[in-house]
Design a protein around this ligand. Structure first.
Ligand code: UDP
Length: 234
């Protein structure tokens, strides 16, 4: 295996599948099977899950609500997704722990770095819910921060696009996909990989990011096996 410990970032929107809102149970099931294939190789897996399928802080602001309040609602949305994912992963036969960025003791453990690492060493899939627990951040930033904290080898950003393109491939047919690209090039070309906070954290800590298509069966396993899948940023 190319990596020993990975941090997989799944967006909330990915969980919607073809629905307009919420969680598509088929999509969740499909992700669980993909994750299991990797788990069976012995690779340690941590997951950060987003909440955009349910609620985003900026949405609240647009409708006249308090931004901070909205951000906490967004963080709660990630906990709902985390609980759904946890449940499906366990049904698929994996041991899991859901750790939260703020206290919700009845449903998750609080995030304690040493404990998270211990869970990983014991073969449990660790899901990080509630973001980092602070408003004005995103779950992409959470993915970068947690990956650094637990000393993951790589951040795997699972999306519905198969990598980073020179332009939006859904709008521009001449858009070209990069197989590898440097952090500096991403800045210079103003490509949209993650928000700047998340991106800078990875760059400053020499943590590579791979953007790949999570919806293509086998992709996650192939990637962890060292095959060239998606776009590697380093
Ligand atoms: N959020 C936050 N702090 C965090 C992580 C998330 O305030 O550390 C809030 C923020 O409002 C965000 C929402 O939770 O919009 C859902 O997360 P995100 O938009 O990153 O989810 P994704 O786009 O991955 O579905």
């Amino acid at each position: 295996m190319k990596y020993n410990r990975i941090l997989l970032k799944l967006s909330g929107e990915a969980l919607m599948g073809d629905q307009a809102y919420g969680i598509d149970p088929n999509r969740l099931q499909q992700y669980a099977l993909e994750i299991k294939k990797v788990k069976e190789t012995g690779v340690e897996i941590a997951i950060v899950i987003g909440g955009g399928n349910i609620f985003r802080g900026v949405q609240a602001e647009k409708s006249g609500m308090d931004r901070v309040q909205g951000d906490y609602m967004g963080m709660l949305a990630t906990v709902i997704n985390g609980m759904a994912l946890q449940s499906v992963l366990e049904q698929t036969g994996m041991y899991t722990r859901l750790m939260s960025g703020f206290k919700i003791e009845q449903v998750c453990e609080p995030f304690i770095r040493r404990r998270a690492v211990r869970h990983l060493e014991k073969g449990r899939v660790v899901i990080f819910g509630a973001g980092i627990g602070n408003p004005y951040f995103t779950t992409d930033s959470t993915a970068s921060l947690r990956a650094i904290e637990i000393e993951a080898d790589v951040v795997l950003k699972g999306t519905r696009v198969d990598g980073v393109y020179s332009a939006d491939p859904e709008k521009d047919p001449t858009a070209k996909r990069f197989s590898t690209i440097t952090f500096t090039e991403v800045y210079q070309k103003k490509l949209n990989v993650m928000d700047m906070t998340a991106f800078t954290l990875c760059q400053e800590n020499n943590l590579p990011i791979i953007v790949f298509d999570m919806n293509k069966p086998g992709n996650l396993l192939n990637l962890v096996n060292g095959q060239e899948v998606g776009t590697l940023i380093n």
